[in-house]
Ligand binder design. Structure first.
Ligand code: GAR
Length: 199
């Protein structure tokens, strides 16, 4: 069918609870030119599976051997090619993306990070570790960064940022909740704008 051929097919990569993955899937339900085709998780058990099941999104588990420096990324790339994936969207994906995948999908692989990069990014800075560090440094502002994925962790060009307050009585959990809200509000829209250019 002509319309189906024109759709930009998205693959989500996730490792954890999957609230961003769910926000993306919900946003693209019945979208005329963009669809979430599948989700890949690097763990056998994660909250994201149940969230995807609610929408009937096909899930794939690809274990840690694939996500190592020097890996050919063959299993992932085969899957992406077979499924006609035009855009890879990381949503709380915590494993290393091999160079072969980054190169093949250059400009078409995007990540969300729960801080205002370049602050609080890089090795060890993920999820609650970010919020703990932000609070420990007495920051009054934090936020989210959506950026292209390159070989260097959290260092690809920035596509979008949004800020929120850090309140004096914030805990890592309360800050994480505010950040998640910001992520769910903006990530699907930013991904949609990107995907429109590939549809
Ligand atoms: C999100 O806050 C995302 O920004 C962060 O993990 C959380 C996943 O939540 N990602 C990173 O820290 C990547 N360095 P979710 O599983 O509910 O979407």
């Amino acid at each position: 069918m002509e319309t189906a051929d024109k759709k930009c097919r998205i693959a989500i990569l996730a490792s954890g609870e999957g609230s961003n993955a769910e926000a993306l899937v919900a946003h693209f339900l019945n979208h005329p030119t963009i669809e979430v085709a599948l989700m890949v998780c690097n763990k056998e058990k994660a909250g994201v599976y149940a969230r995807m099941a609610k929408y009937g999104v096909p899930c794939h588990t690809i274990g840690k051997a694939e996500w190592q420096p020097g890996s050919t990324g063959e299993q992932v790339l085969d899957l992406m090619h077979r499924e006609g994936i035009g855009l890879i969207v990381l949503a709380g994906f915590l494993a290393y993306i091999p160079e072969a995948i980054v190169k093949t999908y250059e400009g078409r692989i995007v990540n969300i990070h729960p801080s205002l990069l370049p602050n609080y990014g890089g090795k060890g800075m993920w999820g609650h570790h970010v919020h703990e560090a932000v609070i420990a440094a007495h920051e009054t502002v934090s936020g989210i960064t959506i950026h292209h994925v390159t070989e260097k962790l959290d260092a690809g060009s920035i596509i979008f940022q949004a800020q929120c307050k850090v309140l004096p009585d914030d805990t890592p959990d309360s800050l994480a909740a505010r950040i998640h809200q910001l992520e769910h509000e903006h990530y699907p829209c930013v991904v949609e704008q990107m995907a429109m250019t590939f549809a």
